[in-house]
Design a protein around this ligand. Sequence first.
Ligand SMILES: [Zn+2]
Length: 80
Amino acid sequence: MIPYIANTFPPQCSTCNVTLSVKHMLLHCVRYHEERRPLAAYCQSHRLPLTHTTLLGDEHPDVVDRLMIYLTETSLIREL
Ligand SMILES: [Zn+2]
C-alpha cells in the first residue's frame, strides 16, 4: 500500500483530499505537478490530450515512454 494513502475507504489522496485513483495520480495530483510537466509538454507539442486514454492506450507508444519516466521520477513505479 502507498504510504500516504489515508486509512479510509475509498482511499483518499492525503495531499488533495479526493478519492485516490490511477487517473488522479497520473493526471491531477498536485504532489506530482513538477514531474508531470515534461509529460504534459510532450503531449501538448504532439497535439495529444493529456488524458489517461492517451497515456495508457496502445496508440501512443512514444507517450508511454514519457509515462515511464514520470512513473520513475515520482517513484510511483514502485507502488503500482
Ligand atoms: Zn493528489
